[in-house]
Design a protein around this ligand. Structure first.
Ligand SMILES: Cc1cc2nc3c(=O)[nH]c(=O)nc-3n(C[C@H](O)[C@H](O)[C@H](O)COP(=O)(O)OP(=O)(O)OC[C@H]3O[C@@H](n4cnc5c(N)ncnc54)[C@H](O)[C@@H]3O)c2cc1C
Length: 465
């Protein structure tokens, strides 16, 4: 074990205030107008917007553990405008539709910040944008292409920096260039989900925690304590979806792991800069993401062991020691003056990856079953857009409202094929990440500006591009 490091305990984000005491479980059979399964950002934003739109609706949220137990309480706190699958949606539905989707995402970042303020949710939000850096010629070429592509999707306010300007923001060792967008903010994930659950309960939504749903059928959610009957049952379980009967191969549960340092002393911060509190990422294939926390730490994440055989998920956030070491090495490579700083916490969480890497939001009008997710690690903002969209879809279906701009977005009602059965699924993901790690090593060592051939192949085979 890496010394003095808390491993698991759900996530560092619960270390100071402790885990929430779960609300009462479902007391027995009940009926409702809408039943939402899963108390993360997706489920809670859906409940929030539905209740705001129609205060008389009887809405029940069923959560297996406590609101924020999943990725919503464990993530890197990047509230940003990226959405998985936009480029594929451009190919499927045309560029104009994908630009509408991107615009909706840009607006979503501002919306979350606004609603958090309106609801009095203090989630340590700092609107400093997103800085993504390149640390090799191949990464720099990818970054340049990415920058131009994002601008072409309407982000005229995106800025590209050379090495010197990058260092003026954040001194990342070896950074040769970067791209910055204002459409991003740093936040404390657990404070957001906890505040949101409080706001939703305050509006009159019933939340039952410690209530695992064992079966989802049209107009029914079954739990060990009783059944909820409702015209609409909305599955908002993202990375845990594979654990629900009949849904094992829908979305692959991908692990992501993080570490948080001790609060860094001022002299270390002086060597790093990072005054703007931008969320920080790189352009590696197995990329890292990081934030400067409100209490002066670095929280940094990456893939670790990406996938466990049979779609198993972690044990309350516990992560492998090899992953903790790999992330600590990465921290020191990016910021050499952090060598020797204490790592206070390590944890992991699970996110949902569809076979075509496209996020979706769906309401099946014939069964009343709905779902949203497959955000592939870009879910903090996307879950908000999904929640608003599920609300509009239910409102339209029940005749309370018509079609809206959101119901016409290209990710609505997108269907995707399922993942391969085991052991192919496990072998495929292992091979893909081995390919990415090898490609990152070769790109870092080499001078070529071309993306590594093996990584390009892995992208194609995995369905990522
Ligand atoms: C380590 C990590 C870092 C990440 N960093 C970022 C980031 O910086 N920025 C970003 O945009 N995205 C990030 N993501 C992704 C993002 O956190 C997720 O996409 C988002 O939180 C998904 O929200 P959700 O509500 O759909 O799912 P979750 O937050 O996973 O919520 C699902 C809920 O459903 C409950 N549940 C599961 N099964 C059942 C059942 N059978 N019955 C009842 N309840 C059930 C779970 O307990 C859980 O509370 C990260 C993810 C991880 C794991």
């Amino acid at each position: 074990m890496v010394r003095n490091t808390v491993n698991g305990g759900i996530a560092f984000w619960y270390a100071r205030d402790g885990l929430p005491v779960p609300r009462e479980p479902l007391p027995g059979d009940i009926t409702a107008d809408v039943c939402i399964v899963g108390g993360g950002y997706t489920g809670l934003w859906t409940a929030y917007y539905l209740k705001k739109a129609a205060p008389s609706l009887d809405i029940v949220v069923l959560e297996a553990a406590f609101c924020g137990y999943g990725a919503s309480g464990r993530n890197g706190g990047w509230l940003y405008n990226g959405i998985a699958g936009r480029d594929r949606y451009a190919r499927l539905h045309g560029r104009e539709a994908a630009v509408r989707l991107q615009r909706a995402m840009n607006g979503t970042v501002a919306d979350v910040i606004r609603v958090a303020a309106e609801e009095g949710i203090d989630a340590d939000i700092h609107h400093g944008g997103v800085l993504e850096v390149a640390r090799s010629p191949a990464q720099a070429a990818r970054l340049a292409a990415f920058h131009e592509q994002e601008r072409a999707f309407g982000e005229s306010d995106r800025v590209r920096y050379g090495a010197r300007e990058t260092a003026e923001r954040i001194r990342v060792a070896g950074a040769v260039s970067s791209t910055w967008t204002p459409h991003g903010a740093r936040l404390h994930p657990a404070k957001l989900v906890r505040g949101l659950a409080g706001a939703v309960a305050g509006l009159g939504v019933t939340i039952h925690e410690s209530t695992p749903v064992t079966g989802i059928r049209p107009r029914r959610a079954v739990t060990p304590y009783g059944t909820v009957r409702a015209p609409y049952v909305l599955r908002c379980t993202e990375g845990f979806t594979a654990g629900i009967k009949g849904r094992r191969r829908d979305w692959l549960p991908m692990n992501s792991s993080m570490i948080a340092t001790e609060p860094l002393p001022d002299d270390v911060w002086e060597t790093i800069g990072w005054e703007g509190r931008e969320t920080l990422g790189d352009m590696a294939h197995a990329y890292v993401y990081a934030q400067r926390t409100a209490d002066g730490r670095i929280a940094l994440g990456g893939r670790g062991v990406p996938y466990r055989f049979g779609s198993r998920t972690d044990n309350d956030g516990r992560t492998q020691e090899a992953t903790v070491r790999a992330l600590t090495d990465m921290l020191v490579r990016l910021f050499p003056t952090t060598a020797g700083v204490r790592i206070d916490h390590a944890w992991s969480g699970v996110l949902g990856v569809p076979r075509d890497w496209c996020a979706t939001v769906t309401l099946d009008r014939s069964t009343g079953l709905g779902w949203a997710g497959g955000y592939v690690g870009s879910g903090v903002a996307t879950a908000h857009l999904a929640g608003r969209t599920l609300c509009d879809l239910v409102q339209r279906d029940s005749g309370q409202a018509g079609a809206t701009e959101l119901t016409a977005l290209p990710w609505v009602n997108h269907r995707v094929r399922r993942w391969e059965p085991e052991p192919l699924r496990w072998l495929g993901v292992q091979a893909m990440y081995a390919a990415y790690r090898g490609a990152d090593r070769r790109e870092s060592a080499g001078r070529s500006a071309r993306t590594d051939r093996v990584a390009r192949l892995a992208d194609r085979v995995s369905g990522r591009h």
